[in-house]
Design a protein around this ligand. Sequence first.
Ligand SMILES: Nc1nc2c(c(=O)[nH]1)N[C@H]1C(S)=C(S)[C@@H](COP(=O)(O)OP(=O)(O)OC[C@H]3O[C@@H](n4cnc5c(=O)[nH]c(N)nc54)[C@H](O)[C@@H]3O)O[C@H]1N2
Ligand SMILES: Nc1nc2c(c(=O)[nH]1)N[C@H]1C(S)=C(S)[C@@H](COP(=O)(O)OP(=O)(O)OC[C@H]3O[C@@H](n4cnc5c(=O)[nH]c(N)nc54)[C@H](O)[C@@H]3O)O[C@H]1N2
Ligand code: SF4
Ligand SMILES: [Mo]
Length: 688
Amino acid sequence: MPDTAPAPTSPSPAHQVLGACPHDCPDTCALVTTVQDGVAVRLQGNAAHAPTAGVLCNKVSHYLERTYHPERLLQPMRRTGPKGSGQFEPVSWDVALDDIARRLGAIAARDPQAILPYSYCGTMGLVQGEAMAGRFFHRLGASLLDRTICSSAGGEALSQTLGAKVGMKVEFFAESKLILIWGSNAIASSVHFWRLAQEAKRRGAKLVCIDPRRSETAEKCHEHLQILPGTDAALALALMHELVVNDWLDHDYIARHTSGWEALRERALRWSPERAAGVCGIPAQQIRDLARDYGTTQPAAIRLNYGMQRVRGGGNAVRAVACLPALTGAWRHRAGGVLLSSSGWFPADRAGLQRPDLLAGRRPRTINMVTIGDDLLRPASAEFGPRIEAVVVYNSNPLAVAPESGKVVRGFARDDLFTVVVEQFRTDTADYADYLLPATTQLEHWDIHSAYGHTDVVLNRPAIAPVGESRPNTQVFRELAARMGFTDPCFTESDEALCRRAFAGKLDFDALLERGFASLQVPEAPFAQGGFPTASGRCEFFSERLARQGLDGLPDHVPNYEPAGSSKRYPLAMISPPARNFLNSSFVNVQSLRAIEGEPLLEMHADDAAARGIADRQVVRVFNDRGEYRCVARVSLRARPGVVNGLGIWWRKLGLDGTNVNQLTSQRLTDLGRAPVFYDCLVDVRPA
Ligand SMILES: Nc1nc2c(c(=O)[nH]1)N[C@H]1C(S)=C(S)[C@@H](COP(=O)(O)OP(=O)(O)OC[C@H]3O[C@@H](n4cnc5c(=O)[nH]c(N)nc54)[C@H](O)[C@@H]3O)O[C@H]1N2
Ligand SMILES: Nc1nc2c(c(=O)[nH]1)N[C@H]1C(S)=C(S)[C@@H](COP(=O)(O)OP(=O)(O)OC[C@H]3O[C@@H](n4cnc5c(=O)[nH]c(N)nc54)[C@H](O)[C@@H]3O)O[C@H]1N2
Ligand code: SF4
Ligand SMILES: [Mo]
C-alpha cells in the first residue's frame, strides 16, 4: 500500500450499528446497518443472532429504499382541502403541536373519552409503540383502545388452554420428525421458521400444511390438507377421534398434566373423520392418514399461526389444536408440542412503560379497534358514551387494514372529527388527517423488542439522524404532554432510559448494548413435566373460566358466520391473506416490491372462473352486501373450488378503483378475544 493517510476530502470510514426489525412478524430479526458519512448504505441480518442467521426477508432487504423514499413525510402538514383530498400545506412543529394541544384540550375539558388513540404494530417496539403514547393517553383519560385486530382470538385461546402465550422453542423444530404448518404461509410470513422446517425435512421429517390456499408453503410440503376456511376445529376434533379409537394416546401424560379429559374424549368421539370431512371439504382418508402420522410419530410439532383464527370460531379452533400435543405426550420432547406465540415468555415491564396508574382511578370506556367503522359513525348514547370527536393515529393505517372499510372511510371523512396522523408516508389514512406529523423510521430512533416467534430480546439503536424534520413517536407525545401541562417526570424520560426500563432487573442492558440481543432463560422442553401456567398447572382441555362466563368449556367447531356454500347470492368464500412482498399495508408504496406483486389479485379456481365467464388476468368486480372491489382475476391452482383468495393489503389509492379487499370484510367478532373475522366473508365475482 502507498501512503495510507486519507486525503481531507475522502469519506470517513463506514461503521456498523446494531438494530432490530420493527415489523409485525414472528421472526424479529436482528439488523446490522452500515453507515457512511451519516447515510445508511447497507442493511443486513445479524449473523451472530441465531434466529436471524444473517438473512432478511425480501421486504426488509428493501428497507433503505423505504427509509430514503422520495415520498417520506419530511415536515408537519396541515390540511387545506376536503378530507381525503390529500391537500396539505407545510407548517412548523410548533404551530402544529400548539394547535393540536389546544384542540385536544378543548375536547378533554368536556370529556376526554371523546378522544381515541388508534395504533397497532407499524412498529412492534416497546418504546415507539405504547410507551410514551400510553402515558399521554392515560394521563389525559382518553378512551382505551382494545388492540384486537390481529391475534387476540388465538391469544385468548392459548391463555385458556396452556395458560399464556407460550409454547415450543422455535429452534427445536429443526429436530422434529413431523411438522404440521397450520394456518400459516411460513415462506411469506416467517421465513426464518421455514428455514428450520427445511432443516427438519433434510433430516427426514414430514411436513404437512393445513390451509384453504395452496400457498407457496403448501406446495412445498409433503402433504396439503386444503380445508374450507373456518373448519380447523372440526379437523382437530376428528384427529382426536382417531387418537382415541386407535389408542395413540399418552395416558400417563393425560392423567398427570391435563384436566377435562373425559369430557373432551366424549366430544371427540362425536367427530368421526367422515363427519369432519363433510365440514372441511376434504376426503376422510386424508384425515385418517394425518391422524396416523400424528399419533405414531415422535417428536411431532405444530406451527400454528394467526391465519387460522380470523373466522368466527377462531378461538375455539386454536383451543382444539392446542390440546393435541398433550394427548400424545408430544410435549415430553423439546422438538414436540405447539407454537403459536412465544410472547408470553417475555417479562417486559409494560406497566412501567405505559403507566396505566396515570388514570388515577378513572375508568374510561374501551373501543374495539375492529369496529372503528361503526364506532366513528355512532352518536353519543348512554351505553356508548360520548361521540368520538378526535382520533390520534400512529403505527397503523386503519383505512386500509380495518374491516368494512366503506364505513371506516365515512367515519374518517366526518367534518366534525379532528384527526391527527403520525406517519412515515402519506397513506390512505393520512389523506384524512387534519394534521399529518412526520415520524422517524427504525434506523432513526431507539427501541427495544420482544418477539412472538422466538425468545430473544433485540435492541435497536439509531443508525442515522432523523430524515427531514421527522420525530420519534415518543418525542411527539412528550411535546404534546408538555403543552397540555402534564408535569409528571415520566414525560421527560428519554428513549434510551425507556429501553433500559423495559426489562430492568431482568436483563443486563450493557450486554444488550454490546451484542444487540439477549436470550431469555426458557426451558428447552417447557412442559415435559407439565407445569403449564394455568391456574391448575395443567393443560386445560375443559376451561372452568370459560364455563363460568357461560361459554362452552370445551373446544368445539363453531361454523363461520358466512360458511362456504351457505348462500346462493354469494356462493364464494373469500380469504384475504397478505401478499408475500407486503407486510400488511406497509411496503405497498415501495416501488420495487409493488412491481413484484403487480396488481391487486383475486385467485380463483378454473371452475369458478369458467362458470362466470372470467378469464385469467381479467379485471373483475368482487362484491357482497358490504361493498364492491375491483381487482385482477388470477385463474390459479392456489384457489380451491368455492374459495377465492384476495391478496392484501393494498393501499386503496394504489389499487384499481380506490378501494381494497377490506371493502368486503365484516366488523363481526370472533368467539373469543373480540377479534376480526377477515377470512369469514362470502362474495361473488363478475367480469368488470
Ligand atoms: N410477507 C408478510 N409477512 C407477514 C405479514 C404480511 O402481511 N406479509 N403479516 C405479519 C402479521 S401482522 C402476522 S399476524 C403474521 C401472520 O402469520 P400467519 O398467520 O402465518 O400469516 P399468513 O402467512 O398470512 O398465513 C395465513 C395463512 O392462513 C391461511 N388461512 C386462511 N384462512 C384459514 C383457515 O380458516 N384455516 C387455516 N388452516 N388456514 C387459513 C391463508 O390461506 C394463509 O396461507 O404474519 C406476519 N408476516
Ligand atoms: N383483509 C385483511 N385485513 C387485515 C389482515 C388480513 O390478513 N386481511 N391482517 C390484519 C393484521 S394480522 C394486522 S396485524 C393488521 C395490521 O394493521 P397495521 O398495524 O395498521 O399495519 P400496517 O398496515 O402495516 O400499518 C402500519 C403503519 O404504521 C406506520 N409506521 C411504521 N413505523 C412507524 C413509527 O415508528 N411511527 C409511526 N407513527 N408510524 C409508523 C407505517 O408507515 C404503516 O403505514 O391488519 C389486519 N388487516
Ligand atoms: S423476516 Fe420478519 S423480522 Fe425478519 S426482516 Fe423480514 S419482516 Fe423483519
Ligand atoms: Mo397481524
